[in-house]
Design a protein. Structure first.
Length: 110
């Protein structure tokens, strides 16, 4: 029951973030669509870039940063994959943080 309440609370927060009238796609469904596209694109990209995946799997921020400093073209590719979220952040009046999305997924997975 607590997890269901957490999901309901999170969805309400996503849907009711301050805005006079949400722009099309600036709602929980639009956010999840953007997250899904970025997640799928990132997954495919990592599968085809094993060295980058190894750096990220290290979970060491210094290793990850060093890798991408040395591989700027790959960083730009990842930034391109993230464009749907960047566009949403720039065009939607409500702001949803990565931690909000993570809490939603955590609540849904429990």
């Amino acid at each position: 029951m607590i997890r269901i309440l957490s999901v309901a609370t999170m969805l309400t927060a996503l849907a009711c973030a301050p805005s006079a009238q949400a722009s099309p796609g600036c709602d929980a469904a639009g956010l999840m669509n953007a997250v899904g596209a970025v997640s799928s694109g990132t997954s495919a990209w990592l599968a085809s870039h094993p060295a980058a995946q190894d750096a990220i799997n290290s979970a060491n921020e210094s290793t990850i940063q060093s890798y991408f400093v040395g591989h700027q073209d790959e960083w730009k590719q990842l930034q391109g994959i993230a464009d749907p979220l960047r566009s949403m952040r720039q065009s939607c009046p409500q702001q949803v943080s990565p931690s909000d999305v993570a809490r939603l997924f955590d609540a849904m997975a429990s």
